[in-house]
Write a protein that binds this ligand. Structure first.
Ligand code: SF4
Ligand code: SF4
Length: 158
């Protein structure tokens, strides 16, 4: 008796599995398919919530929103962010003011947890959606997020 019930259970489990596969097969043309990467590299668009790497947007005047407050560096659980900062004389007040020198991001260590982005009080860093981060030299995965010669946007520090 157990022989036949084993066969029954085996066939039942096979049909259950094939139902899922069959569902994907039938709806394949509606988007429920495996991406044909890298053949579709030119057209592949990652979904909105995809986390590729942390980046710092700059505007057309090469200005960003980073004040060098270090909140992201403190929030990062594994030391993937290093903020190198300095103090400079503010021409308006004549007083010394904190100023970012380099915002260093180690993509090779980043776990994409997003705590740095959540911690940033000025929305200076965001997720990028690039997904091709393979390199032969690991040092290429250490990046300076603020561009050379960039400055902080007026009013961001207030
Ligand atoms: S996403 Fe997480 S691990 Fe990556 S730099 Fe930000 S806080 Fe660190
Ligand atoms: S990216 Fe944001 S949290 Fe990090 S130093 Fe700049 S302003 Fe502060």
């Amino acid at each position: 008796m157990s022989y036949f019930s084993d066969i029954y259970n085996g066939v039942k489990s096979l049909i259950t599995g094939m139902k899922v596969t069959g569902g994907y097969f039938i709806h394949a043309r509606k988007g429920a398919i495996t991406q044909q990467y890298p053949d579709n590299r030119e057209t592949l668009k990652m979904f909105d919530r995809f986390r590729g790497e942390v980046v710092m947007p700059h505007d057309e005047n090469n200005q960003h929103r980073c004040t060098g407050c270090q909140s992201c560096e403190i929030a990062c659980p594994n030391g993937s962010i290093e903020i190198i900062w300095d103090r400079a004389i503010d021409p308006e007040t004549g007083k010394k003011k904190k100023k970012i020198d380099k915002h260093i991001y180690h993509l090779s260590m980043c776990t994409m947890c997003g705590l740095c982005i959540e911690a940033c009080p000025t929305d200076a860093i965001v997720w990028a959606q690039n997904y091709e981060n393979s390199v032969y030299d690991r040092s290429y995965l250490t990046k300076t997020l603020n561009q050379p010669g960039s400055t902080v946007q007026a009013g961001v520090e207030d």
